[in-house]
Design a protein around this ligand. Structure first.
Ligand SMILES: Cc1cc2nc3c(=O)[nH]c(=O)nc-3n(C[C@H](O)[C@H](O)[C@H](O)COP(=O)(O)O)c2cc1C
Length: 179
């Protein structure tokens, strides 16, 4: 799939999945796309735990009552950052931004490979949920799951919600006044 087509086709998917599994080969390709993302000072801080173990999936799938994609995922990718990221440039850390860039690359790869997902971020910030999944994947105390992506083949057709017009959000040369 051409990259501009993937930008348009990517959407947040929160519905059910078909029974089709996600192959390890595809999971590796998706995470490799994440690893190719830019990162502050090229520190490549985001780490990934790819969850395709049936028992672990079952435990996680029971945790999100309002998101069918989380309930029916065939795999998850947990994106991990340091709880207290060290500064890497002029006193600044970029781990959240690194993680976001990796996540978008993975969402585009997921789309290009014919799967659907959603950026689950707010939900995983709850400390109890985070700890439960962290324990399931053997995460050490200094690390935290920042984003989790459920993956599967969409059972329902969903398209990207409308985005604002170009002219509402972008201008040449002057803010809110193109010249
Ligand atoms: C930083 C960030 C956090 C998000 N957190 C969640 C989340 O916790 N749960 C969820 O269902 N979607 C989450 N989303 C997905 C957004 O709701 C979604 O991108 C937005 O509604 C636009 O829809 P689209 O992705 O289909 O274009 C998040 C997206 C971003 C970029």
């Amino acid at each position: 799939m051409e990259v501009f087509e993937a930008f348009r086709k990517r959407h947040s998917y929160r519905y059910g999945y078909t029974d089709q599994d996600v192959s390890r080969e595809d999971l590796v390709r998706i995470v490799e796309a994440g690893m190719l993302a830019p990162s502050g000072k090229n520190c490549q801080t985001t780490e990934f735990v790819i969850i395709d173990d049936k028992n672990t999936i079952k435990e996680i799938s029971q945790m999100h009552p309002s998101n069918q994609a989380m309930q029916q995922a065939k795999a998850y990718i947990a994106c991990i950052v340091n709880k207290e990221p060290p500064a890497v440039y002029e006193g600044l850390a970029f781990e959240i931004e690194d993680c976001a860039a990796a996540t978008e690359n993975m969402l585009l790869a997921i789309t290009a490979l014919g799967y659907a997902s959603v950026w689950v971020d707010g939900w995983i910030r709850d400390p109890q949920r985070n700890k439960k999944i962290s324990d399931l994947i053997g995460l050490s105390d200094s690390k935290v799951i920042r984003i989790i992506l459920p993956i599967g083949v969409a059972a329902k057709e969903v398209s990207q919600p409308p985005k604002k017009d170009f002219t509402q959000r972008a201008w040449f040369n002057s803010y809110k006044k193109s010249s």
